[in-house]
Write a protein that binds this ligand. Structure first.
Ligand code: NAD
Ligand code: GLY
Length: 353
């Protein structure tokens, strides 16, 4: 027998996140009950090579007919071309509204497959099987799906909740260390947002023996924000701590700086900027920087203020001339701080020092 833990996500269509180790081969029985159908299994090449056969066999055992869509790994492939290829693949495979997309992989796969699920036949069901730490605690939950445009990140997307999320923590054993660390930035973000105890645990030497507990808690925190504001018009925006500057860093680097690494730098910059204007105590940026650095995450970047501000102008969180930045007030509590784009440079400048 295998053990699992579950967290319920209370969106318009509630669903469960199932967390366990070694559960990939039980995917068929862990999926919510449904008649056997076609499952379009979507993975990047690396994840397909590692886990594609195991998941295919587990689905076939439960009567699913499985078709594979494999695309080249990397953020640069989270784009309109891959989305278009995937949609054609679904049509050529004759998927109907009663069929299913299974996203097996990291956040790139989940975002791409989720968007295809949202728009193919005006929406079909999909399941997230996250295989990175970041996808497990963040991107697989909450129904944000998207691809990037040359003009900016995640500019084409939809809100479309999965029917289930199944997270096998054993898949993290094959993660390159820098990809695992990338997820740690998002876990630290949850600590800064809502859980000083978890923040302390993540700031320390080795939290990996508590990984199941950290995933469960992170998903529960995210679930609460998503429940309160599924369409991201208010409090859910707090989940963007570090992301406005982080997205700009990703884009300036042509996506060679990974998402979590960019968010790490973004959190430090915004915390220092918040301290400079008296929103939080100067101990707060110091604590955040130490927690991130202890986990081998970057806390500084070489991009100029002018370049970052230029990219931030295209941020999808801008409403007219106003951008809502997420600022920490203390560890465990953040708030939205609305500023005019014209004031952005002077606000974040102290954060770059
Ligand atoms: P990713 O999907 O690119 O995965 C990182 C690398 O790890 C890839 O090369 C992949 O092939 C490899 N990989 C994945 N699982 C593996 C495994 N078990 N063993 C070995 N290699 C494995 O990146 P990511 O960090 O998972 O996700 C980043 C993406 O998620 C970004 O596009 C970001 O915008 C998005 N994101 C979305 C949300 C959301 O709410 N939708 C939230 C946060 C991040
Ligand atoms: N990753 C931010 C959100 O899901 O809202």
């Amino acid at each position: 027998m295998y053990g699992t833990d579950t967290v319920k996500i209370m969106t318009g269509h509630p669903y469960e996140v199932t967390i366990g180790s070694g559960i990939l081969s039980h995917i068929g029985e862990l999926l919510p009950q449904r008649s056997p159908c076609i499952a379009a299994l979507v993975s990047d090449d690396i994840v397909d090579h590692l886990y594609g056969n195991e998941v295919t066999a587990a689905l076939q055992d439960y009567g699913y007919t499985v078709y594979h869509f494999v695309f080249p790994h990397g953020e640069e492939n989270k784009n309109m071309e891959q989305l278009s290829s995937l949609l054609s693949f679904l049509a050529e495979s004759h998927l109907s509204r009663s069929d299913l997309i299974v996203a097996l992989g990291g956040g790139v796969t989940g975002d791409l497959a989720g968007l295809a699920a949202a728009i193919y036949l005006r929406g079909i069901e999909y399941v997230q099987i996250p295989t990175t730490f970041l996808a497990a605690i963040d991107s697989s939950v909450g129904g944000k799906t998207a691809v990037d445009l040359p003009e900016g990140k995640n500019l084409v997307g939809a809100f479309w909740q999965p029917m289930a999320v199944i997270c096998d923590t054993a898949t993290f054993a094959t993660l390159p260390e820098n990809v695992f660390i990338d997820g740690t930035a998002e876990a630290i973000k949850y600590g800064v947002l809502a859980d000083p105890q978890m923040f302390e645990l993540l700031s320390g030497a080795d939290f990996r023996e508590h990984l199941g507990q950290i995933i469960r808690r992170s998903v529960a925190i995210k679930g609460d924000f998503v429940h309160d504001d599924e369409r991201d018009t208010g409090s859910r925006q707090l989940l963007n701590l570090g992301h406005t500057i982080g997205h700009a860093i990703e884009q300036c680097s042509s996506y060679t700086v990974a998402h979590g690494h960019a968010v790490s730098i973004g959190m430090v910059i915004i915390a220092k900027a918040a301290a400079a204007t008296g929103i939080c105590d100067s101990a707060v940026p110091q604590m955040i920087e130490t927690a991130l650095a202890n986990n081998h995450l970057p806390t500084r970047c070489d991009y100029s203020l002018a370049r970052l501000v230029d990219v931030i102008q295209t941020d999808k969180k801008r409403r007219g001339d106003i951008i809502s930045l997420v600022v920490p007030e203390r560890i465990g509590h953040c708030r939205l701080h609305k500023i005019n784009v014209a004031e952005m440079a002077s606000f974040i400048e102290p954060g770059l020092k």
